[in-house]
Design a binder for this molecule. Structure first.
Ligand code: 6PG
Length: 234
């Protein structure tokens, strides 16, 4: 496990976007939603603004079951900040259709993964998965209250947000752990305690789904800013 710590979230995003450009433009990448990826998307599209029709394959780690023009849509944030000016070939952008009835879209998205990714031991394998982390230890849409229901799933799952009940389509733990490389991209002091528990296997780490992210490739990295890493460096 590699832990990369940067002074600010801006410096983190600058370095992580450089790393992705140098190592993953020809591969398959699954991106997360939430607020953290916004800076990364902006840096990637700024640094690649002269490029056109790159063949990077983009997928989502998870998506809220909302229309693509909803402010809650993970796809919308990427469309507005990353997929601009045809930098990327739109044929290779595989969004989860949040507007479709979840049970139907689950089948669709599982098929998309099987048709567009390498299958390694019957499970789709991404080149890179970029994960966020919630202060409750969730990642993707693998939430503590229902995580055990999905532990043996080899496909995507339909999750429900613990407080809003909002349905989401998410990669399963097994798919995430089948990736060649997994990166946790986490910033801000609000995550410092959960990061410390997960990395140092202390406190309530066993109740955090993010604790079970352990790619078979062993290629797991954390990209943190100072605030998020504060407990680690104490
Ligand atoms: C989502 C994400 C989710 C996110 C974490 C962190 O759809 O919300 O995939 O897992 O990565 O909740 O969110 P922030 O980046 O907003 O802290």
């Amino acid at each position: 496990m590699n832990i990369n710590i940067y002074k600010t979230k801006e410096e983190l995003s600058d370095k992580l976007s450089d790393y992705i450009i140098q190592n993953h433009l020809n591969g398959s990448i699954a991106v997360s939603g939430g607020s953290t990826p916004l800076l990364l998307f902006k840096d990637l599209s700024k640094k690649l603004k002269e490029r056109r029709n790159l063949n990077t394959k983009f997928f989502w780690v998870d998506e809220r079951c909302v229309p693509p023009d909803s402010d809650e849509s993970n796809y919308k944030m990427a469309k507005e900040n990353l997929f601009i000016n045809n930098i990327f070939n739109s044929q290779n952008i595989y969004r989860i259709k949040g507007e479709i009835e979840p049970e139907k879209e689950l089948i669709n998205y599982n098929n998309i993964l099987s048709e567009n990714l390498l299958i390694d031991k019957k499970i789709p394998s991404f080149d890179l998965i970029i994960l966020g982390l919630g202060d409750d230890g969730h990642t993707a849409s693998l939430f503590p209250h229902e995580f055990l229901n999905f532990r043996n799933k080899e496909d995507c799952i339909i999750a429900s947000h613990p407080s809003s009940g909002q349905k989401r389509i998410s990669l399963s733990e097994k798919i995430i752990n089948n990736a060649k490389e997994v990166i946790f991209h986490v910033t801000g002091s609000g995550k410092k305690y959960v990061i410390d528990e997960i990395i140092n296997k202390t406190g309530n780490y066993k109740s955090y789904p993010a604790s079970y992210i352990s790619p078979k490739s062993t290629n797991l990295s954390w990209y943190l800013d100072f605030e998020a890493s504060e407990m680690l460096t104490k």
